[in-house]
Design a protein around this ligand. Structure first.
Ligand SMILES: [Zn+2]
Length: 144
């Protein structure tokens, strides 16, 4: 049977291989500076093989190379907004401050995170039990 035939028969559903076979040594996470609107991929634990898909913060502290602020742990699945997308960055910051992280395997029914600032407050209000709300409430300006 070819791949195409298998797809037609619905045999290839289920998680893509990289979800199960991703090498644990490359368990990297995204870290962001909301002031400078930059993000980097880094290791979050000294022992990267012990990482969890629902980790809420980092054991390792990274300082923003530009301003020196401690960088926020975002989770593996954070896609940084573009440099000029201030609304997107403001949304990411508000979500992070409310305890949301870009974590998990994506296999849940909770709504996706808003990408623009005007949608964030109602999203936070309506999703107190969201699967990706794994962190504590905190203020970016006090995070160090
Ligand atoms: Zn910075």
């Amino acid at each position: 049977m070819t791949i195409i035939e298998a797809k037609i028969k619905g045999l290839l559903h289920g998680p893509p291989f990289h979800h199960t076979l991703y090498p644990m040594t490359e368990f990297l996470h995204k870290f962001a500076c909301f002031d400078c609107q930059v993000a980097f991929k880094r290791q979050a634990l000294e022992d990267a093989s012990s990482g969890s898909a629902h980790q809420s913060d980092s054991d390792i502290i990274y300082k923003c190379p530009n301003c020196g602020h401690r960088m926020a742990f975002m989770g593996r699945n954070f896609a940084a907004p573009s440099k000029n997308d201030s609304s997107g960055w403001a949304a990411a910051k508000s979500l992070w401050e409310a305890g949301f992280r870009f974590v998990g395997n994506g296999y849940h029914d909770d709504p996706a995170f808003p990408k623009i600032k005007p949608d964030v407050n109602s999203f936070i209000e309506q999703n107190p039990e969201h699967k990706q709300r794994v962190g504590i409430k905190q203020q970016w300006k006090n995070y160090s």
